[in-house]
Design a protein around this ligand. Structure first.
Ligand SMILES: [Zn+2]
Length: 174
């Protein structure tokens, strides 16, 4: 009698475990990793970078440098890049962040000296305190990868310049 009940419990547990497996897989894929996807270094939460690739996989990195190095090897554009405000630990979209390059290294293994802030005041304060500069335009990390249309615009610009040059040359030639 007791043996049958135990059997039922065991069968129930086994079925439950089997049913839970796909959910466990999903949870593991989406759970934040505490190790860098590039070099395996432990991630300090206030310096983490998270990238969602074209397939929807989330990858966590220990610093800006690792995330940039990983991005350089990708042939397809990623869905999103999220960085962390080091003052509050809040995650934010890369476009909204202020970046400061200063003397303070965030990650000894990569030598990353780029700091991320959500508020301009915090960025300016860090720059002042640690002899840093706020990065603008193409100096910003991921500047190229977050502007997919830039390359096309430049090419379109040079094409029209070329056409103008030819027109001028023709005018002089004739
Ligand atoms: Zn790393």
């Amino acid at each position: 009698m007791g043996g049958t009940a135990l059997k039922r419990v065991l069968i129930g547990l086994a079925c439950g475990a089997l049913l839970a497996l796909p959910f466990l897989g999903t949870w593991l894929r989406h759970a934040p990793s505490d190790h860098c996807a590039l070099d395996g270094a432990a991630i300090v939460p206030c310096y983490g970078v998270r990238i969602e690739d074209a397939a929807g996989r989330r990858l966590d990195f220990c610093c800006i440098k690792c995330a940039e190095m990983w991005l350089e090897r990708q042939s397809t554009p990623v869905r999103s890049i999220r960085v962390t405000d080091e003052s509050t630990g809040v995650e934010l979209d890369v476009e909204k962040a202020f970046f400061v390059r200063s003397l303070v290294v965030t990650m000894p293994t990569t030598g990353n000296r780029i700091h991320v802030f959500r508020d301009r005041a915090d960025a300016e304060h860090h720059a002042e305190k640690c002899r840093g500069t706020i990065l603008n335009g193409n100096e910003r990390p991921f500047a190229i990868s977050t502007l997919p249309s830039r390359d096309v615009e430049i090419r379109a610009g040079s094409v029209s310049d070329g056409a103008r040059f030819r027109t001028v040359a023709n005018a002089f030639g004739s």
